[in-house]
Design a protein around this ligand. Structure first.
Ligand SMILES: Nc1ncnc2c1ncn2[C@@H]1O[C@H](COP(=O)(O)OP(=O)(O)O)[C@@H](O)[C@H]1O
Ligand SMILES: [Mg+2]
Length: 275
């Protein structure tokens, strides 16, 4: 560690890059706890996401990553905790919103891609229809506009447009993830959540989907939270990384710092197992 790095760490500034510190966060979660019976899925978790950045959440299976992402998508409510998004017209703890308010907020401002496409898509409906459904919620009623915007979102997700009316059930895993992605970005959400978006895909397909995500992020500066148990995926995608273990955040830092100089024994073990 250089002297300068030592000063940064000592000042507690190592968790953010300098340009991020000047901008208020888009997402702030504090003191999130969630139990399922005897299982502690999350214990006093805090998370912050700045506009335009990619936060990676990594940790072994069962560490609470998906539960936390579901909270960010307002699909689940913690036993305790506070969640804020710095968006116009929005204030207070979002967990206080009722089901309808949550649905409207998520439809417009939050996109999500699940590992399992069955969670995100109607597998027997046209891919274009799956994307259009999202636009319908936002009040779009003209068929031509719906189709045009669905086409645009599918194209941005690098989905082959010749197949836009195919059902997801007829498509490969990689293509299904592109349909989920198109649906998630169709309304240009403030926040894009990705839960193991490439897990289970062939390595070559995985690389192509990650390329698309990176390109989208670069071109549109979409704020993203990506969850993966795969350090390679996190290293490729994230600006900042949060390491979770047994429902707690054990370490947090810029991606290079986490991979080159992990502080926590668990992170060291994860990183070295991968190298
Ligand atoms: N709906 C649920 N009911 C009961 N237990 C759950 C539920 N969701 C998650 N869990 C438990 O919470 C813990 C964290 O799960 P999860 O967030 O899915 O972890 P990860 O995504 O990191 O693999 C696990 O022990 C899991 O079994
Ligand atoms: Mg999970």
């Amino acid at each position: 560690m250089t002297l300068q790095q030592t000063h940064i760490v000592a000042a507690g500034l190592d968790r953010m890059s300098p340009q991020l510190m000047t901008t208020p966060p888009l997402l702030t979660m504090t003191t999130i706890s969630r139990r399922f019976g005897d299982v502690i899925a999350l214990e006093d978790v805090a998370a912050t996401v700045y506009p335009g950045e990619v936060l990676g959440i990594v940790g072994e299976s069962g560490s609470g990553k998906s539960t936390l992402l579901r909270m960010m998508n307002l699909e689940d409510t913690p036993d305790a905790g506070d969640y804020r998004l710095a968006l116009p017209g929005l204030s207070g703890n979002l967990f206080a919103l009722d089901r309808f308010q949550r649905r409207m907020l998520c439809a417009r401002q939050i996109g999500i891609v699940y590992q399992n496409p069955h969670l995100g898509l109607l597998m027997g409906h046209a891919s274009s229809g799956n994307v259009a459904e999202r636009l319908l919620i936002a009040g779009e009623r003209s068929f031509a506009a719906l189709r045009g915007r669905a086409r645009e979102a599918l194209d941005a997700s690098e989905f082959p447009l010749a197949r836009m009316d195919a059902r997801p059930s007829e498509l490969s895993g990689g293509m299904q993830q592109r349909v989920q992605l198109a649906k998630a970005i169709a309304l240009e959400p403030a926040l894009l959540l990705l839960d193991e978006p490439t897990t289970g895909l062939d390595v070559s397909v995985q690389a192509l989907v990650l390329d698309t995500l990176k390109r989208l992020q670069r071109d549109r500066a979409i704020t993203m939270v990506i969850v993966s148990h795969d350090l390679g995926v996190i290293r490729t995608m994230a600006d900042r990384v949060m390491v979770m273990r047994r429902g707690r955040v054990v370490e947090e830092g810029l991606v290079d710092q986490i991979f080159q100089d992990p502080q926590h024994a668990y992170t060291q073990q994860l990183v070295h197992a991968k190298l």
